[in-house]
Each structure stands twice: as structure tokens, then as C-alpha cells.
Design a protein around this ligand. Structure first.
Ligand SMILES: NC(=O)c1ccc[n+]([C@@H]2O[C@H](COP(=O)([O-])OP(=O)(O)OC[C@H]3O[C@@H](n4cnc5c(N)ncnc54)[C@H](OP(=O)(O)O)[C@@H]3O)[C@@H](O)[C@H]2O)c1
Length: 276
């Protein structure tokens, strides 16, 4: 019988694509998240055992981010429970340029369980399924780091690399750094989306301090503001993170999806035209 694979965050941006690719190949898949039965909650380690029971391999997408306080302890505890449940393989989704996330990677690397680390750049889908969607719908995007080039990567490519890592032995023990084929600035991104949708979307360059003050005004939770501040400082503040890597092509034998292709596909769904 084919292996039973647990996908943590299996209804999320990368997880749901991993789930659909595995089920298409007739793998038995269990989704780990708060809304499933049995429920898996990162805040409550007592919920993890039942979800790990009977599982062979695990895809780990942590919530909200491996850089947040408490993430390291959670990954340490998860790997301990995984050892007890005789899990054969762990594939960890990590963030490119996040030093704290690398500490979590080390825990997985030294767990004694076969592993692959998938270290991704910022996702294209942040503009359609996450925090940048709302300002795009409002037609007013104000962000810091307007001149920083970001090699946005598509969650289709991440899911393909994760699935290859779960199913093909040659990926064991590798750390893959995933980027898209081009680095773009935020104003370039917004311009592409505006052109594809035929909408007027203004971009304003603001300081990180002004941005976090604005988030406070909108009553965004403090821990979320902490994370945004961290990501804009640590990840976008380091030029190394603008560099393009070849790992998607190395793993999949094809080029990564270009940002324009993502924009074309996504504008066809109408998600950028619905005012909530
Ligand atoms: N966005 C980026 O640009 C980027 C770049 C690099 C790395 N990453 C990493 O990607 C990871 C997130 O992956 P993703 O974007 O695929 O997921 P996502 O879309 O953020 O994930 C949502 C999923 O997580 C579950 N979830 C939320 N809170 C949970 C909790 N407390 N306990 C258990 N499950 C919970 C949700 O289901 P329920 O609501 O049912 O619980 C859902 O399945 C993070 O670790 C982040 O650091 C993100």
C-alpha cells in the first residue's frame, strides 16, 4: 500500500496544492490543521500525537512563520513526536533569508529522520491570497522597501518541489532555495497587476515605521506587526535575498513560473476585481 502522508497546513497556500497533487497520484493524505478531525493546533502539542498516528511522511508548513518566538520549541517538540511515531521523512517549508527559520531547519536536519528543506522566497500568492490582496482591491498600495528587488516564487512550483521531495529518494538531505525566474520591486508588481486587470492601482512608497503605524491604526494584532517588521527588515533588508536561484529547475527539470504568468492566470479568476 502507498505511504500515508500528513500535510500540515493542508488547506493553505502551499498545503492544498501538495494535497491535490498527492491525491491525484493515489497517495493517502491526511490534512493537519485546526479545522480537521482529528484537529491539529500548533498552539497545543497534545493534539499532534493523534494526527501523527499511522503516518509515514510529513510536510511541515508552520504557522504563522518559523521566525516567530516559540517556533523553535514547537519544531523541536514536533520532531520528538515524529521520532516516537517512527515517521520516515520530514519535508520542511522554510523562509529564505530568515536566520531564525534556519535554527528550525537544523532541528529537522539533526532529527535522525530523512529530510528535505524547502526554503522559499516570498510567494506570488501573497498578492492574491494573503496580506497584499486587500490594498490591491482598495486600489491603494503603500509599502516600504519600494526599490528592493524580490524574486517572488509561485506556490505551484513550491508544491511541485515538495511533492518531488516527498516521493523521490534523491532529494533526501538537500536544502533547496526556491525563487522565481525574475526579481521585481513592489511598484513593478502593482503595475503588472494594474495592467492585467485594467484597474487603477496607486503605489506609494512609505517608510517601515509609517507602514507599521498604519497597521496599528487598522488594529492589526501586535504579533502580526512584529512579523511584518521582521520580514521587511531581515528578508527584504538583505540584498542577498534578491538573488535568483536555479533549484526549481534542478529539481523539476523545467523553468519556474514567471510572475507575469501568475498575474495572467490570477487576473482570470477575478480575485483582483471583487471589492469585499
Ligand atoms: N508567504 C510567503 O511569502 C512565505 C515565504 C516563505 C515561507 N513561508 C512560510 O510558509 C508557511 C505558511 O505556509 P502556507 O502559506 O502554505 O500556509 P497558509 O496559507 O499561511 O496556511 C494556512 C494553513 O495553516 C492552518 N493553520 C493556521 N493556523 C494554524 C494553527 N495554529 N495550527 C494548525 N494549523 C493552522 C490553516 O488551517 P486551519 O485554519 O484549519 O487551522 C491552513 O491549513 C509559514 O511557515 C511561512 O513562514 C511563507
Amino acid at each position: 500500500m502507498k505511504d500515508h502522508i500528513l500535510v500540515l497546513g493542508g488547506t493553505g497556500k502551499t498545503g492544498r496544492k501538495v494535497v491535490s497533487r498527492l491525491t491525484q497520484r493515489n497517495y493517502r493524505v491526511r490534512i493537519g490543521s485546526r479545522s480537521q478531525q482529528p484537529s491539529f493546533d500548533w498552539q497545543d502539542p497534545s493534539t499532534w500525537g493523534p494526527v501523527l498516528t499511522g503516518i509515514d511522511r510529513v510536510y511541515i508548513s508552520f504557522q504563522p512563520d518559523l521566525a516567530v518566538p516559540g517556533a523553535l520549541e514547537a519544531i523541536e517538540e514536533l520532531t520528538k513526536q515524529a521520532q516516537r511515531h517512527k515517521i520516515k521523512q520530514l519535508v520542511l517549508l522554510s523562509g529564505k533569508g530568515e536566520k531564525e527559520a534556519e535554527l528550525c531547519e537544523q532541528v529537522v536536519i539533526h532529527s535522525g529522520i530523512d529530510y528535505t528543506i524547502v526554503r522559499a522566497s516570498w510567494f506570488n500568492q501573497n498578492f492574491s491570497e494573503s496580506f497584499f490582496l486587500e490594498p490591491i482591491l482598495a486600489g491603494q498600495v503603500a509599502l516600504p522597501r519600494a526599490t528592493t528587488k524580490v524574486p517572488f516564487v509561485d506556490t505551484d512550483d513550491i508544491a511541485d518541489v515538495v511533492v518531488a521531495s516527498l516521493l523521490e529518494k534523491r532529494h533526501q538531505g538537500n536544502i533547496y532555495e526556491l525563487t522565481g525566474p525574475r526579481s521585481l520591486t513592489f511598484p513593478e508588481v502593482i503595475q503588472e497587476i494594474a495592467t492585467a486587470t485594467g484597474r487603477e492601482i496607486n503605489f506609494t512608497s512609505i517608510s517601515l515605521q509609517a507602514y507599521t503605524s498604519m497597521l496599528k491604526e487598522f488594529q492589526v494584532p501586535e504579533d502580526y506587526i512584529w512579523l511584518i517588521n521582521y520580514l521587511f527588515t531581515e528578508v527584504l533588508g538583505d540584498e542577498k535575498n534578491s538573488q535568483i536561484t536555479q533549484d526549481i529547475e534542478k529539481v523539476l527539470g523545467r523553468k519556474p513560473k514567471d510572475f507575469s504568468e501568475y498575474v495572467l492566470e490570477t487576473s482570470g479568476t477575478g480575485v483582483w476585481n471583487h471589492q469585499s
